[in-house]
Design a protein. Structure first.
Length: 100
């Protein structure tokens, strides 16, 4: 039982650390998407907090690979996501989830 409690505590610590890293990474995103992921960029792009976790992760990946150009934002998103890893995307996603 003690092992289970310790493992649970460690798992929670990992999630909060992940979200903290995501907070630092998200600062760049907040310029267009809002501090709480609530802004509709150019009144066209849906607010990030209105999308599902899976959608946000998929869109970040597609934008970073140049496979998505929704609302003509593909080029700028590819530049903004350059150098970020899938773990970075997950950290950003974990942080956005804390904003709800």
């Amino acid at each position: 039982m003690k092992k289970l409690i310790v493992l649970s505590a460690l798992a929670c610590l990992g999630v909060s650390t992940y979200a903290a890293d995501g907070a630092a990474l998200y600062k760049k995103c907040a310029v267009c998407h809002g501090a709480k992921a609530e802004k509709m960029y150019l009144n066209k792009v849906p607010a990030l907090n209105s999308l599902t976790s899976a959608e946000r992760l998929q869109y970040m990946k597609e934008y970073s690979e140049g496979k998505r150009n929704a609302y003509g934002q593909g080029a700028i998103m590819k530049i903004n996501l350059k150098g970020l890893t899938e773990d970075d995307f997950k950290a950003i996603e974990a942080y956005i989830e804390t904003l709800k």
